[in-house]
Design a protein around this ligand. Structure first.
Ligand code: HEC
Length: 128
């Protein structure tokens, strides 16, 4: 119960931060509506999109350790081999514990193997 609240509040502040910046953009764009429909950002990686749509953000951030390890730390730890991708994908689906500390990762039974693998590929691609 507590965890759910934490996740929700993290989500809420995340959304609030996003909302804040879009409304700024909107006021700037108001005078140039013709270009407003062409976003300059590159399309999101499929794995990144899956992560954004899932609950991962409640426990993971790209650069900072939260409940779970930062994606950059995960990427630094595991080379992007087929074995590691399969192993990490199965941890996302089945849950995992004991690698980064005592807090376990909850299982994600609704995520398919293909989805989990593309999430892992995105995470491992963050390696610098
Ligand atoms: C309830 C919090 C929580 C959620 C939600 C969560 N994780 Fe985790 N995650 C953790 C924790 C804690 C660990 C560290 C587990 C350990 O020490 O073995 C972890 C570890 C990982 C690892 C590294 C596993 C290893 O063995 O090194 C990956 C990759 C990962 N998470 C991806 C994800 C993805 C992708 C999602 C969304 C589908 C997600 N996590 C959702 C808490 C979470």
């Amino acid at each position: 119960m507590k965890k759910t609240l934490l996740i929700l509040s993290v989500l809420a502040s995340f959304l609030a931060a996003c909302g804040g910046s879009t409304s700024e953009n909107e006021t700037e764009d108001a005078s140039a509506t013709t270009t407003a429909s062409a976003p300059s950002k590159p399309a999101m990686d499929a794995g990144e999109l899956l992560i954004v749509k899932s609950d991962c953000i409640g426990c993971h951030q790209k650069e900072n350790k939260m409940v779970g390890p930062a994606y950059l730390d995960v990427a630094a730890k595991y080379p992007a081999t087929d074995e590691n991708i399969a192993m990490l994908a199965s941890k996302i689906m089945k849950g995992g514990k004991g690698v980064w500390g005592t807090v376990p990762m909850t299982p994600h039974p609704k995520i398919t193997e293909d989805e989990a693998k593309s999430m892992v590929k995105y995470i491992l691609s963050l390696k610098k």
